[in-house]
Design a protein around this ligand. Structure first.
Ligand code: COA
Length: 327
């Protein structure tokens, strides 16, 4: 069996920034409420770019960082809750845009845990030798599926994309990964696509294809599952938090991360946070955070990090990684 390493990262977010003050002109909210309840100050909102456009820009940056040509990629997986179209997969659009002519390309739908699921799937292909070099991307234009009249949700989300290049080799990089789902809780976070309306079905007059959520249930789930996922992956690999340089949680809400820190009696500085500038970018958030850490040279080869995701599905997953990029 091969080992798998991350050899490059990239990210992209639309240039247009929307502040909490701008949001307070759309719905009955305030900067003070949003910051105190979520930690979010601003988010990037697309002015026309779609998910594949963001994903392509993040992918090109990751290829450059890894010093790899698009033709050398043989697997592309895009994780997204807001793909461009039903058909083709956003991954195929990215493949066409970057000229990765030798790749198999497909999407995964695992909401905010999508990047971890994509990583988990890619690892299986690379470990077995079925594929050699993978491009995995978390990309979202959530602004097109947000209900801009619902102050419970529209304040939370932002647009963006993050990418990583993975390579099969002999040196250990990804130490451990696990992903799971709790479909019995699926109703707590939903975004329908199109209604069943045809010759045989009338459709539902209240049908809405926008995000809706039970915020309190998601909040409780998130705190519990992030803490238990971190504990589990540490225990399974005989590590403690002292061995970990950074924990990168899905960037949804600063209060969720604060409660996890308290639950684990951890050092808050170990938990990387950039959600104040992006909001919740769903499948993109962990990848964007990892790229920011890479660009800021916060990680050196040999450092251990934990990525933890949670989201609609409900889904969750974690990965313990030895950083192998030497800047
Ligand atoms: N601005 C101002 N007031 C708001 C508001 C907003 N945007 N949204 C809700 N309120 C009000 C409510 O009407 C309520 O007022 P009331 O006490 O007079 O009835 C009060 O603030 C509290 O609202 P509530 O919905 O009970 O707040 P909460 O403690 O559940 O916090 C969230 C709301 C969304 C911040 C929180 O539930 C959360 O972050 N959940 C997790 C969501 C998430 O991360 N989803 C993505 C997962 S991948």
């Amino acid at each position: 069996m091969n080992e798998v390493q991350i050899i490059g990262t990239g990210s992209y977010a639309p240039l247009n920034i929307m502040t909490n003050h701008q949001l307070s002109e759309l719905v009955d909210t305030s900067d003070e409420w949003i910051v105190s309840m979520t930690g979010i100050k601003e988010r990037h909102i697309s002015q026309g770019e779609n998910t594949s456009d963001l994903a392509t820009k993040a992918a090109l940056e990751a290829l450059k960082d890894a010093n790899v040509k698009a033709e050398d990629i043989d697997l592309i997986i895009v994780a997204s809750t807001s793909p461009d179209q039903f058909v083709p997969a956003t991954a195929c659009l990215v493949q066409g845009n970057i000229g990765a002519v030798n790749a198999m390309a497909f999407d995964v739908s695992a909401a905010c845990t999508g990047f971890i699921f994509a990583l988990n799937i890619a690892i299986q292909f690379l470990k077995t030798g079925e594929r050699t070099r993978a491009l995995i991307i978390g990309a979202e234009v959530l602004s097109k599926i947000v209900d801009w009249t619902d102050r419970n949700t529209c304040i939370l989300f932002g647009d963006g994309a993050g990418a990583a290049i993975l390579e099969a080799g002999t040196k250990k990089g990804i130490i451990s990964i696990n992903s799971a789902s709790q479909g019995q809780k699926a109703r707590f976070l939903t975004c329908p696509t199109v209604d069943v309306k045809n010759t045989f079905a009338k459709g539902n007059k209240d049908f809405k294809s926008t995000i809706s959520m039970d915020g309190k249930e998601i909040f409780k789930f998130a705190v519990k599952i992030i803490a238990s996922s971190i504990n589990r992956i540490l225990k399974e690999n005989n590590y403690t938090l002292d061995d970990i340089k950074y924990v990168v949680c899905h960037q949804a809400n600063a209060r969720i991360i604060d409660l996890v820190v308290r639950r684990l009696k951890a050092d808050k500085n170990k938990f990387f946070v950039n959600l104040e500038r992006y909001g919740n970018t769903s499948a993109a958030s962990i990848a964007i955070a990892m790229d920011e850490m890479n660009k800021k040279k916060l990680l050196k080869a040999g450092d251990k990090i934990i990525l933890v995701g949670f989201g609609g599905g409900l889904t969750y997953g974690a990965s313990l990684i030895e950083w192998t990029i030497n800047k």
